[in-house]
Design a protein around this ligand. Structure first.
Ligand SMILES: [Cu+2]
Length: 494
């Protein structure tokens, strides 16, 4: 019984969508469409073809119209946008827009937002990796009802054939001869056999269709972690079979690295590393390990394919205490004693502060705002970019079902976002460069000590948010716990 329960858990875990992030398929993004700042939410469909729901909250007033169009992120198709749809304003709120688009195939898509208003026009593209995440199950009651109706149809057909053979050629009132009764009986038997065969073959055909669809349902890459002699971490990647087009040797750099690996000591989540393994062969990454405390670590490895399709691979490994190299380059590490406060004290006396909203609700879009202060409570004067950005955040659910690595521009992989931004550069010529237009990627002037991340928790429960910001040569890692209310609580209170 316990085994069955565990198996069920494993199967359920297998259903949890995993893409660029684990268990967090919705896209949250901040971006500039020319002069207009937009907060975009895209909820991709569970099945493909399916409908993606899109919401835009404009931070800049004066927008008359937003048009949306889906197109592939790379390749020839990305240069031929389809006829766009116009977004609706469902409420009296002039800065809130909604729309939906059909996504017809599993691929690396982008949604292009074309905005017109009193400041002219602008374009913003948000990448959308879309794939079937599962198969919708038929409700048991509906299945039972349809079965009964189907059985009635079969029996009705048998009865009609029987009556036709028995009586169709008789004059009204005439007795049915015994020979006709026998022929009717034979006809009914044959009809029943034919219909049964049709139902059985139909079922086989349906199962074959379902199996071929199931082949398209997203299966994350498998990753096996092992510790090699000499404190080397080996990450072997294997494709469990999904789309033939998926490759293991087409990864592109995403904010300076081919792979971003978060290692989080489990279940306490009290030690976290942000590291960057290097490829040594196709499907094989290695890392010269830094010193690490003993324990079991959950590993989350982010990669981006050449077409902009991001994936997060998951594994875990139990390590002895490792006397390795010191941290270097873009490595970062944090120890978390207490994450319950909205003010996190760092080992060097600095403080990270989360401007925490009073309530957090599943699936509600939110700006997560943080601030870094020096030991005197002042903004540090030597703020620096960490891998090109003011901050990096990881949202991790305590039951291990959610992991999302987020940037100030949102949930979209930076590599994919830059592919999309490059295509829009001609339309947004008013801006100096695509990098400058990305939130948190301020290349000019001073670097702020505050950062914000657009995100929404996918489900209710307990989460820990890991936040990284840099000053001087120090990468600070803070952590904040969050209790998230179920989405329906919000609906009920309205
Ligand atoms: Cu990052």
């Amino acid at each position: 019984m316990r085994r069955l329960f565990l198996l069920t858990l494993v199967l359920l875990a297998g259903v949890m969508p995993a893409l660029a992030h684990v268990g967090s398929p919705d896209v949250y993004a901040d971006g500039q469409a020319g002069p207009y700042k937009l907060f975009v939410v895209i909820r991709p469909p569970l099945v493909i073809p399916g409908v993606a729901e899109i919401e835009v909250r404009a931070a800049t007033p004066g927008i008359d119209q937003i048009q949306i169009a889906p197109m592939l992120l790379t390749g020839d198709a990305s240069r031929h946008p389809p006829v766009p749809d116009t977004m609706q304003k469902p409420s009296g709120d002039a800065q809130f827009f909604t729309g939906h688009l059909w996504i017809m195939a599993t691929d690396s898509w982008q949604i292009r937002f074309t905005v017109k208003g009193n400041k002219g026009s602008g374009v913003l593209s948000i990448p959308l990796p879309a794939t079937a995440m599962g198969t919708r199950k038929m409700q048991p009651a509906l299945g039972a009802g349809l079965s009964i109706l189907g059985l009635l149809l079969v029996l009705g057909m048998v009865g009609i054939v029987g009556a036709a053979v028995r009586q169709a050629q008789l004059t009204p009132g005439e007795e049915v001869p015994a020979a006709r009764r026998r022929r009717a009986m034979a006809a009914m038997t044959i009809t029943f056999a034919l219909l049964t065969a049709a139902v059985v073959l139909g079922g086989k055909w349906w199962n074959a269709e379902a199996a071929s669809y199931a082949g398209n349902v997203y299966k994350p890459l498998d990753m096996t972690a092992s510790l090699l002699p000499g404190n080397t971490l080996d990450l072997a990647i294997a494709d469990p079979g999904w789309l033939k087009a998926r490759k293991l040797d087409d990864f592109v750099p995403d904010h300076n690295h081919l792979m971003h690996l978060y290692a989080i000591r489990w279940p306490a989540m009290d030690v976290v590393y942000h590291l960057h393994p290097q490829p040594v062969a196709t499907g094989d990454f290695r890392l010269d390990m830094p010193s690490m405390a003993a324990g079991t670590y959950h590993l989350y490895a982010d990669v981006v394919h050449a077409n902009g399709f991001p994936e997060t691979m998951v594994s875990s490994i139990t390590l002895p205490a490792i006397e390795g190299r010191p941290l270097s380059g873009d490595d970062a590490m944090g120890r978390i004693a207490d994450a319950s406060s909205a003010s996190f004290r760092l080992p060097d006396g600095y403080t990270m502060i989360w401007k925490k909203p009073p309530t957090l609700t599943a699936q509600a879009p939110e700006e997560f705002r943080f601030e870094l202060l020096d030991p005197h409570g002042h903004p540090p004067t030597d703020m620096a970019l960490y891998m090109g950005m003011v901050g990096h955040a990881a949202f991790v659910k305590s039951d291990g079902t959610v992991f999302a690595h987020i940037h100030p521009s949102g949930t979209v992989a930076m590599a994919a976002l830059m592919m999309a931004a490059a295509q829009n550069a001609p339309q947004n010529s008013a801006q100096s460069s695509s990098m400058d237009s990305m939130p948190g990627m301020d290349m000019s002037g001073s670097i702020p000590n505050t950062v914000s991340f657009p995100y929404g928790f996918p489900t209710a429960g307990r989460y820990r948010v890991f936040l990284q910001m840099k000053h001087g040569a120090t990468v600070e890692t803070g952590a904040f716990d969050a209790m998230v209310e179920p989405a329906h609580a919000l609906a009920a209170s309205r």
